[in-house]
Design a protein around this ligand. Structure first.
Ligand code: NDP
Length: 448
């Protein structure tokens, strides 16, 4: 008889957990995964996927507006939130089905209930069943943080925003990070009045200053209002179902929806980690080594719950590397250098490598090249918004240290450019590359 019920028991069927399960199974492991919500996790169910579809949906507003100069007459234009919402939710269910099929076709057992760690090799399902496993992988992700203030129970988070019964006329968004800026763009494009309130004056703190300044300027021109240095202190429900949201000491703002987007913290509450001697880190994360192993030799953790980089592709890589290391005889870790990222704001921004400030701190002697241009499509549509691309270069070696872009399709362009940064190419390599004309991406090789 086998010593354990499973070789691997995974808690959480999100991006990291599903990848680890599938790859471990393909290496011959007997695998089970428990998921208390829906298979697919944050990215598929209430994150990247439905968000991107809403971005696509909202982008038609701009396209339709700009269509006139291209000769199109669009009569009777009207938007129906319910159609977009329901189509998005249907697609989410489709992808959830595909993920479930992946688990099935790899013979991964799945339990749609909560699992708690009972010891280094034991978990207990919500129905009381105890299961033993040689290894346990925690991939429970992260959960929105709700700051404490009077009336916070009236606010929603990114978990609920995809299910709104109607398009809100007035939206107040607390936070100015990824989620806030993406939903500010979506609601603004769909015609809602959007106010972003934040505790500091920084939007998208981790991005290059010049991109952030450009995004602020463009989104303000598009009608998004900002209130800085005044996080919400109170939200009151009105008789008509709307809200009065008070930022700091300012006048209350009228809102139909108050969305809180103030970060996501590792989802570890009630997991039973203490039963295996695992202590949490200062942000509530599970501390792990380079190979995603926790303080307990048989328990590993990947993805947002470890609070390394909270991005889906990173969780997937960590899950894959874990499965190869533990079950595939191929010990390897995840490399966190040059991880590209993007904010699907409107316009979007994307970046890889060091910002100008980070590069100055680390290398001292750097060169910065930039291209501040009006995309051809915008010129023709009489849209005055300008794109901005920036290359940060090590002055001693000519190596590209960072690429920063804001403008239409920036994430699509940046993904390819990130390969060059990862490969350690130089500014001279960019200069030697012939431009692809006419495109926005050609700006990358034309900066002198
Ligand atoms: P972010 O960390 O991006 O931004 C948090 C924002 O909330 C900041 O503006 C911060 O202000 C503010 N804030 C933080 N704590 C508090 C508090 N206690 N009270 C008031 N304000 C506060 O978090 P998000 O929730 O937007 O996103 C969570 C993570 O999800 C991101 O970090 C990212 O990793 C991931 N994500 C990635 C996306 C993508 O790849 N496109 C899209 C969506 C999410 P300040 O900066 O002033 O401190």
């Amino acid at each position: 008889m086998a010593e354990y019920d499973y070789d691997l028991f995974v808690i959480g069927a999100g991006s990291g957990g599903v990848r680890a399960s599938r790859v471990a199974a393909s290496h011959g492991a007997k695998v089970a995964v428990a998921e208390e919500h829906r298979i697919g996790g944050t990215c598929v169910i209430r994150g990247c996927v439905p968000k991107k579809l809403l971005v696509y949906g909202s982008h038609f507003a701009e396209e339709l507006q700009d269509a006139a100069n291209y000769g199109w007459t669009v009569e009777g234009m009207k938007f129906d939130w319910n159609v977009l919402r329901d189509t998005v939710l249907r697609d989410v269910a489709r992808i959830e089905g595909a993920y479930t099929q992946t688990l099935d076709s790899n013979n991964v057992d799945h339990f749609l209930e909560r699992a708690t760690i009972m010891g280094p090799h034991a978990v207990r399902l919500a129905n009381g069943r105890e299961i033993s496993a040689k290894y346990i992988l925690v991939a429970t992700g992260a959960w929105p943080v709700m700051p404490e203030f009077e009336g916070s129970e009236h606010c929603i988070t990114s978990n609920e925003v995809f299910h709104l019964p109607e398009l809100p006329k007035r939206v107040v968004i607390q936070g100015a990070g990824y989620i806030a800026m993406e939903f500010a763009g979506i609601f603004n494009a769909l015609g809602s009045h959007v106010t972003v309130v934040n505790r500091s004056e920084a939007i998208l703190r981790s991005y290059d200053q010049s991109l952030r300044d450009r995004l602020l300027q463009i989104t303000m021109a598009r009608g998004i209002e900002y209130k800085f240095h005044c996080p919400l202190t109170k939200v009151e429900k009105q008789a008509d179902g709307s809200f009065l949201a008070t930022p700091g000491k300012l006048e209350p703002l009228k809102a139909d929806v108050v969305l809180i987007a103030t970060g996501r913290s590792p989802k570890t509450a009630g997991l039973g980690l203490e039963n295996a001697g695992i202590e949490l880190g200062p942000k509530g994360e599970i501390p792990v080594d380079d190979y995603s192993k926790t303080a307990c030799d048989s328990i590993y953790a990947v993805g947002d719950v470890t609070d390394r980089i909270q991005l889906t592709p990173v969780a997937i890589r960590e899950g894959h590397a874990f499965a190869d290391t533990v079950f595939g005889g191929n010990k390897r870790n995840t490399v966190y250098d040059c991880v590209p990222s993007a904010v699907f704001s409107q316009p979007p921004l994307a970046a890889v490598g060091l910002t100008e400030g980070q590069a100055r701190n680390k290398y001292g002697n750097i060169k910065v090249f930039s291209s501040d241009f009006r995309p051809m499509k915008n010129v023709f549509a009489e849209r005055h918004e300008r794109g901005l691309y920036k290359l940060v270069v090590d002055a001693n070696t000519d190596k590209i240290l960072g690429i920063h872009m804001i403008g239409p399709e920036a994430p699509e362009i940046l993904q390819a450019a990130a390969i060059a940064v990862r490969a350690g190419l130089t500014k001279a390599d960019f200069d030697a590359t012939v431009a692809l004309h006419p495109s926005m991406a050609e700006e990358l090789v034309l900066m002198r």
